[in-house]
Design a protein around this ligand. Structure first.
Ligand code: PLP
Length: 362
């Protein structure tokens, strides 16, 4: 059984993918070829954003967004400790201090009611993460940001395709960023990512930053990086994007079957009203995580833990001065969460076996 099944998806669209790849091999424009612009148009229209800027990874998307917002060493950004390292690592790369705010126990997203207490004179923005495919409390977060004149970057690396009050993730804040890492809801066949904004000035800046700060060749206006998406990955994404709306539906079917059948002790993920999750992960929790994982493993059912150590307790951030106990919800959940197979092609038989094994534990 597979945790995420990319093979079945590939088999569905093998001929089309190979045609796309051959097209790129024929025209030979491997860097910023025509598929880049085509993909950006499709991504913008899919999310409803005015602008999409493709980049080399989700990590670069965070970095490019933060660079475009002119963050300086000593600035502070408020974020969640219950996320992948890249969310705060990119801040640290720019000398920006991540300020962590604990999460909600039922959605795993930042607890918006705890943000305002952490805003200080150096706070420049808020970086909520729409974790496991569900958008964070963006209305509340945007309202706080507006009141304190802060920007908001939605880390939507796991939530591309999700909806919030009828709008798509990535189009809910100053800048939205996502990842096309193979295992994300929409993945390419390598690394990839994108930034989204409705602000034309920020768009122009991000287009420059991802390509060494240049507008015309060898004329460099700002400090940038080599953060371009490969034309080949854009061509693959153009094909995979066609399947994606159907796959969001299939992911939600799988999630609904899990929720209907799993024992309540396992805490099936809560999806708040007016939201559609893309279930990047299907995450459960239980104090006896290790024994549950073991009984699944014995049946050949793979599991994973996202995330075993919250960021405020990571050695790399020890200089920030956090201690165990500072973020009690994140710390409790990091000891209890585990994710089970979730992808659009999970069969009902496979799912029944997963449910039987999990429920059999009680
Ligand atoms: C995957 C991920 C990233 C980084 O994306 P990459 O494409 O792997 O660089 C950033 N933030 C979150 C929340 C992620 O899950």
């Amino acid at each position: 059984m597979r945790f995420i099944d990319l093979k079945t998806q590939y088999e569905r669209i093998q001929d089309q993918i190979q045609a796309q790849i051959n097209k790129v091999l024929d025209h030979g424009q491997y860097i910023l070829g025509p598929e880049i612009g085509e993909l950006e148009k499709e991504l913008a229209s899919f999310t409803g954003s005015n602008h999409a800027i493709s980049v080399a990874s989700g990590t670069d998307a965070l970095l490019v967004a933060m660079m475009a917002l002119d963050l300086k060493p000593g600035d502070e950004l408020i974020t969640t400790p219950f996320t992948f390292i890249a969310t705060a690592e990119t801040m640290a790369l720019l000398g920006v201090k991540p300020v962590f705010v604990d999460i909600e126990a039922d959605t795993y997203n930042i607890d918006a009611t705890k943000i305002e207490a952490k805003i200080g004179p150096r706070t420049k923005g808020i970086v909520p993460v729409s974790l496991f495919g569900q958008v964070a409390d963006m209305d509340a977060i945007n309202e706080i940001a507006k009141k304190h004149k802060l920007f908001v970057i939605e880390d939507a690396a796991q939530s591309f395709g999700a909806s919030y009050k009828g709008k798509r993730s990535c189009n809910l804040s100053t800048i939205g960023v996502t990842s096309f890492f193979p295992a994300k809801p929409l993945g390419c066949y390598g690394d990839g990512g994108a930034c989204f904004t409705n602000n034309e000035e920020l768009k122009d800046k991000m287009v420059m930053i991802r390509n060494h700060g240049q507008k015309e060749k060898y004329l460099h206006h700002v400090v940038g990086i080599n953060g371009r998406l490969d034309t080949l990955q854009a061509a693959i994404l153009l094909e995979k994007l066609k399947l994606f709306p159907e796959e969001i539906g299939l992911r939600n079917d799988v999630a609904a079957r899990y929720a209907a059948n799993l024992r309540p002790e396992l805490h099936a993920p809560a999806v708040k009203s007016e939201r559609i999750s893309v279930f990047a992960q299907y995450t459960l929790r239980h104090p006896n995580r290790e024994s549950i994982q073991k009984s699944l493993q014995d049946k050949g059912i793979p599991t994973a833990v996202y995330y075993p150590i919250p960021l405020h307790l990571q050695p790399v951030f020890s200089g920030l001065g956090y201690r165990a106990g500072d973020m009690p919800v994140s710390e409790m959940l990091s000891k209890e969460v585990f994710s089970i197979p979730m992808h659009p092609y999970l069969t009902q038989d496979e799912q029944a076996e997963i449910v039987r094994t999990l429920n059999g534990f009680f």
